[in-house]
Design a binder for this molecule. Structure first.
Ligand code: AVI
Length: 321
């Protein structure tokens, strides 16, 4: 059954999974890794010593908090809008600086999950009661559109953690262009981009010996089993990471260790694997200034300034229209 009626799919997850597993080569979309368990595993990844991205960006924000706050500041105050705030650990470094210098600002974290926002609001109330927090539940772009409509004061849009790296360049340009569409001339975008570096350091960050990244990657199969009635045996797949220093693209795969079949009841699908056949699951793009400038240009933005850690492992860029 290669061409199922559209109505067969109850969710986008079901439809995308069907498409990915009936394609050649097979693929699954990394955005579906993030259910409750996937979120927890990602938190653990961010705490791993091998996952240098978190520490590098933390250092940048810590070392440059004053200079960054200078850039954000505006006579009539500003709204600091964060897309995908998570636990806010890194953002708190900037909030602390802004509170200390008595900046006139409100912090608007945007997330699809009300649970994430409630936790963040609670921890900010406790740790930084002086911060004016207005949580925004919704998708990034709908929320940005809404905020652009009624907002007159300067907007500073914050996207930390190199999340853009999980998008192919074409999608990354669309992502930036959507943000640009909500920006006026006075607004700025502050965004993290993981940089090209020693290939081994990148491979190590995505293939830790404790197997946390492996469990994160395999969570796609675990979710298919739980939500779509699949019978995948995750142990029969290998977590495999590659990095191409020419393109700067790190890729994650699940590789079938044997010839095997898996069925997915809700998709009425039986998936056949040859021995060593792959499922591509994620890209984690690494950048340099030339790529970032090109992406910005394509999206109608200009790079105004960047901040980097001592080893140029990671950079945060400021963009304007
Ligand atoms: C969320 N994103 C930026 C992470 C990354 O580095 O690509 C997701 C991740 N995948 C494996 N480890 C971390």
């Amino acid at each position: 059954m290669k061409n199922p009626p559209e109505t067969m799919f109850e969710t986008a997850f079901a439809e995308d999974t069907y498409k990915g597993l009936t394609s050649y080569p097979k693929y699954l979309l990394s955005k579906y890794i993030y259910d409750q368990k996937g979120d927890k595993l990602f938190q653990q990844i961010m705490d791993m010593p091998e996952y240098y991205l978190t520490q590098c960006e933390h250092n940048i924000l810590e070392m440059n908090a004053a200079a960054i706050a200078d850039e954000f500041n505006s006579e009539n105050g500003f709204d600091l809008i964060e897309l995908g705030a998570g636990d806010g650990k890194k953002t708190k470094l900037l909030l602390k600086e802004l509170v200390e210098r008595k900046s006139d600002f409100a912090y608007l974290p945007v997330d699809i999950s009300q649970h994430v926002l409630d936790e963040l609001e609670g921890s900010l109330k406790k740790d930084m009661p002086a911060v004016k927090v207005k949580v925004q539940q919704g998708t990034y772009f709908k929320t940005l559109e809404k905020l652009a409509e009624y907002n007159s004061r300067k907007k500073v849009i914050l996207v930390l953690g190199s999340n853009i790296g999980n998008l192919l360049h074409k999608r990354a340009v669309e992502f930036l262009a959507n943000i640009a569409a909500a920006m006026s001339d006075d607004d700025m975008l502050f965004m993290g981009f993981d940089q090209k570096k020693h290939p081994q350091k990148i491979l190590d960050a995505y293939n830790d010996p404790a197997g946390i990244t492996e469990a994160f990657n395999k969570n796609l199969l675990v979710r298919i089993n739980a939500e779509l009635g699949g019978n995948f045996n995750p142990d029969q797949f290998l977590h495999w990471e590659t990095y191409d220093p020419e393109t700067g693209t790190a890729k994650s795969f699940l590789v079938s260790k044997t010839a095997q079949k898996a069925s997915i009841e809700k998709l009425r699908l039986e998936v056949q694997f040859e021995a060593w056949e792959s499922i591509h699951t994620e890209i984690s793009q690494k950048y340099d200034d030339a790529i970032v400038n090109w992406l910005a240009d394509e999206a109608g933005l200009k790079v105004e300034r960047s901040f980097s850690d001592r080893d140029d492992c990671f950079k945060n860029y400021i963009f304007r229209k």
